[in-house]
Write a protein that binds this ligand. Sequence first.
Ligand code: FAD
Length: 621
Amino acid sequence: MDYPTRFDVIVIGGGHAGTEAALASARMGCQTLLLTHNIETLGQMSCNPAIGGIGKSHLVKEIDALGGAMALATDKGGIQFRVLNSRKGPAVRATRAQADRILYKAAIRTILENQENLTIFQQAADDLIMDGDKAAGVVTSSGIRFHSATVVLTAGTFLGGVIHIGLETQSGGRAGDPPSITLANRLREMPFRVGRLKTGTPPRIDAKSVDFSKMEAQPGDSPTPVMSFMGSLDDHPEQICCYITHTNERTHDIIRSGLDRSPMYTGVIEGVGPRYCPSIEDKIHRFSDKDSHQVFIEPEGLTTHELYPNGISTSLPFDIQLELVRSIRGMENAHIMRPGYAIEYDFFNPQDLKHTLETKFVPNLYFAGQINGTTGYEEAGAQGLLAGLNAGLRAQGKDAWYPRRDEAYIGVMVDDLITHGTSEPYRMFTSRAEYRLILREDNADLRLTEKGRELGLVDDLRWAAFSAKKEQIEQETSRLSGTWIQPKTEQAAAVEAKTGQPMTREYNLLDLLKRPELEYDDLASLKGEPVDNPQVADQVQIQVKYAGYISRQQDDIEKLRRHEDTELPTDLDYDSIEGMSKEIRQKLSESRPETLAAASRISGVTPAAVSLLLIHLKKRA
Ligand code: FAD
């Protein structure tokens, strides 16, 4: 057959993990095959058409900093952009975009089709080709054998997928798509620990049947944010409004009346659902004292009337779905275009993975995305990039790379997953990172783009833009520190008016910027020319205002790095450590961490316990 059947890297699945994995390996120069069920669903958003949000935007920007596609596609498809937590500190600020799902998918597909070294082929992967104990390729449903040095599996919610609406069940990977049964069975024969998780989605509503005048309008932010470091406002399509409404006592009564036919409350669904994105029936059950919940009415796109009612994900029977939707203000006459449903699927215990996302049992096989127990496009995309990168490095015979917890949220997520595993769908939050002030969304490029360039992930265009930005930050910082304001001048009067304090001596602009009452925009044009790049201005301001906190976190990181080098003997008798609680001793005895740093990351192991451990080691030595 005159069709290429040998590749460096094969990626199974064209969802969010698979597309980033395939693009990463192809960008590095590896001949890559992306094998997926259906080319029309490349980059499909199975649930809410929105990208970013708290913790998640940090991942999107890290993917972007490493040359990935998610943020670029969001800028092309985003129809409402906001910065969440904009009044809080920079560590927790998060960009979120409502996307037109058709435009988003089109942007991903364009990027994929124009990527050098990437071949896309529509067909299900049914089996792996093995070379001894190592993965060496994939067999498709029609029996085509594709060989490769490494394989990345990103099958999402498709492995053994079962869809539930009320007590009706059917096999499916998501509504309208077939499940992956043959591959799921094949993987269950391997030594991986497999579990079941579930997720759900709300019914979709026809906007023509909704009375928006009864809802609260929620426009995007002005000025409109961009998601990608390479993005610009010119990329954005038309911007539109979202709306907010609420459930009420009647809605809750209707839901309660349907619980006897709920697959979740009758024990039909066994998989655990996402704690932070619960179904409406779960919310009514868990927060029974609340008589109302917010529902965000989000458009699915510019060319469709379909709406996504964010907050009422459900697997209740259809008649209850209809009644509950129509009990909500503004939706009294709502027409449901697609019913809500829940899906149960196989996931693999991520403790069976290495930090590179290579599986421990099958060398050259990498897992990424929802199959590792995560939920969300951003979590999937970030893992995809890391797995694709490492599959590529292995194929090229190079050393692996993964970011540490103090370098990237990607590092935090992977370390959390492989250290602790997960019993429920894992999603990212800023609270999961101990070095939040260093891992901001605004500096993801400064943290990662140089590494990305070194690894072959960052193209010339991005590299040139990044280098210019970095230079501008340095130049502007040095201009501010070299520009002095003398007392009793017009500029000093402007500063005094803002601070309410007299300027008794000369100050440079950088020192003035440290004051909480003064912003970059107040100072930069007092003398000389400010930069016209808001990203640069923002960066200079954050670096100056938070310098003290940032350097303290850097000291902590240095300390922890030393702990990374402190190995814990495998025969350490934790019970003999004086002053340590029984619970912590037990936890340490069970996990037997390899280093002091790994011990400190075990949940419940306090900094005080780490100090005791350190003292014990010194005594032993
Ligand atoms: P997916 O996006 O599922 O992509 C998997 C891809 O692999 C698909 O293209 C599929 O066709 C392909 N594939 C699978 N098996 C094979 C095979 N054998 N051969 C070839 N191709 C294959 N996330 C949230 O954050 N919040 C939510 O509330 C939420 N609700 C959800 C509700 C539903 C009903 C579903 C289905 C998903 C929901 N998600 C939610 C999850 C979100 O969709 C996923 O986190 C994300 O899509 C995972 O990306 P992925 O790349 O891992 O997998």
